[in-house]
Design a protein around this ligand. Structure first.
Ligand code: HEC
Ligand code: HEC
Length: 227
C-alpha cells in the first residue's frame, strides 16, 4: 500500500504543471492577476477603445488559456501584451487562475431599470454601468444575409447567435465582441498569423468574400440588442 502511495505521489509530481493547475484554480489569485489586465481590457474584461482592446469577459476558459500560451510563447504576436506575459513574471498557475476568473465574469447588455422603491445608489449604478457592453450596429453589411451565412458556416463551432460554446469551448464567442477587433482578426487569419485549424492547410476565412464576412459581423452586432 505504501509503495502504491509513493508511486502515486511520484506520478503526481511528474505531471506537467499545466495539468495540475487546471483542477484547483484559485479565483482570488485570478482576481489579483486581473488587475494587470484591467489596465487595458477593463476591470470586468469588457475591452475598450472601440475594439483596440478586445472583450475577454465570459470567453471559454480553455480559449483564454490557449491565447495566453500563444502570446507567452511568441507564437502569436501581441505587441501590447508582450511585457505582461513573459514566462518569468507569468507562471503557469497565474495563467489558469486569471483565465478561470475572466471566464466567469458576466457582462450586461442593458442596465436594469432603476428601482423607485429603493434609495438611489449612484456608486452601485456606476459599477453596473462598467459591466455594460452592447456592440453598436455596423454601418456596412446586411445582418439578415449574415444570419443565414452564420448559421450555415460558423454556428456549429461558435454557438447559437455567436455566443460560443462553453462546454467544449475552444471556439470563442463572436457576439458581444467589438466589431473592429473581429475584423482585425480576419486579417490575421487570412495572412496566416493565426490559424482556425492547425491541421487544415486552407484557412477557413479565405473561403469567404469581404462582403460575406461583413454581413456576418453585421448580424453578430445585432444579437446583443435590447429586444
Ligand atoms: C498593455 C495592454 C494589455 C494588457 C495589460 C493586457 N492585454 Fe490582453 N490584449 C491586448 C490587446 C491590444 C489585444 C488584442 C491584440 C489584437 O488585436 O490581436 C489583447 C488580446 C488578448 C486576448 C485575446 C482575446 C481574444 O478574443 O482572442 C486575451 C485572452 C487577453 N488579451 C488576455 C489578457 C490577460 C489575461 C491579461 C492580464 C494578464 C492581459 N490580456 C493584459 C492588450 C493588453
Ligand atoms: C470548425 C470550427 C469553426 C468554424 C466552423 C468556425 N470557427 Fe471561427 N474559430 C474557431 C476556433 C477554434 C477559434 C479560435 C482559434 C484560435 O485560437 O485562433 C476561432 C476563432 C475565430 C475568430 C477570432 C475571435 C477572437 O476572439 O479572436 C473569428 C473572428 C472567427 N473565428 C470567425 C469565424 C467565422 C466568421 C466563421 C464562419 C464563416 C467561423 N469562425 C467558423 C472555430 C471555428
Amino acid at each position: 500500500m505504501n509503495k502504491l502511495l509513493t508511486l502515486a505521489a511520484l506520478i503526481y509530481t511528474l505531471l506537467p504543471p499545466s495539468l495540475l493547475a487546471q483542477d484547483n484554480v484559485d479565483l482570488r489569485n485570478g482576481k489579483d492577476v486581473n488587475e494587470v489586465c484591467a489596465g487595458c481590457h477593463g476591470e470586468f474584461g469588457q475591452g475598450g477603445k472601440d475594439g483596440e482592446y478586445p472583450r475577454i469577459a465570459g470567453q471559454p476558459e480553455a480559449y483564454i488559456v490557449k491565447q495566453m500560451h500563444l502570446f507567452r510563447e511568441r507564437k502569436l504576436d501581441n505587441m501590447a501584451m508582450l511585457e505582461y506575459v513573459n514566462p518569468r513574471d507569468f507562471p503557469e498557475a497565474d495563467v489558469y487562475d486569471v483565465s478561470a476568473y475572466i471566464a466567469q465574469i458576466e457582462l450586461l447588455t442593458q442596465l436594469p431599470p432603476i428601482d423607485e422603491s429603493k434609495e438611489f445608489d449612484p456608486l452601485a449604478r456606476l459599477q453596473l454601468a462598467k459591466r455594460l457592453l452592447n456592440i453598436p450596429r455596423t454601418e456596412q453589411g446586411d445582418p439578415e444575409k449574415g444570419r443565414i451565412t452564420y448559421n450555415k458556416e460558423c454556428r456549429s463551432c461558435h454557438g447559437v447567435d455567436g455566443w460560443g460554446k462553453k462546454a467544449d469551448g475552444d471556439a470563442p464567442m463572436l457576439a458581444g465582441q467589438h466589431t473592429k477587433y473581429l475584423l482585425r482578426q480576419v486579417d490575421k487569419y487570412r495572412q496566416g498569423l493565426r490559424k482556425h485549424d492547425e491541421s487544415d492547410p486552407v484557412e477557413l476565412l479565405t473561403l469567404f468574400s469581404d462582403e460575406e464576412l461583413m454581413d456576418i459581423f453585421a448580424f453578430l452586432a445585432t444579437v446583443d440588442d435590447v429586444q
